[in-house]
Design a protein around this ligand. Sequence first.
Ligand SMILES: [Zn+2]
Length: 109
Amino acid sequence: MEGCDNCLAYGRVVEGKIVLPCQNCALENNWMWNGKRCYGVSVFVGNKEEATINELVQCLYFEIREREGIKEIAKKNNISLDEYCKTMIPEEARVYYDELNEHITEISN
Ligand SMILES: [Zn+2]
């Protein structure tokens, strides 16, 4: 529970202690921070607020999912891109991911 440069730059720090980490550190810490469920800082709001579960899913879906490196890892591990993406969000967020995915698929058809 140390935090990284991103935590210091984008997260919330109180008296030298990271009280709100970056999303990556939240993920690495199994979505727990200071003994509480934590989704990391929102990349959308930009005012050091904690991400909502929807923001977390949207960030993953619209930003991370599109990265070539992510597509390559999924391919290498022989799982679908969506299955791989869902390993990067907490269990309770996966239903939101599926809903968003369904919605996007629907409107793009
Ligand atoms: Zn961090």
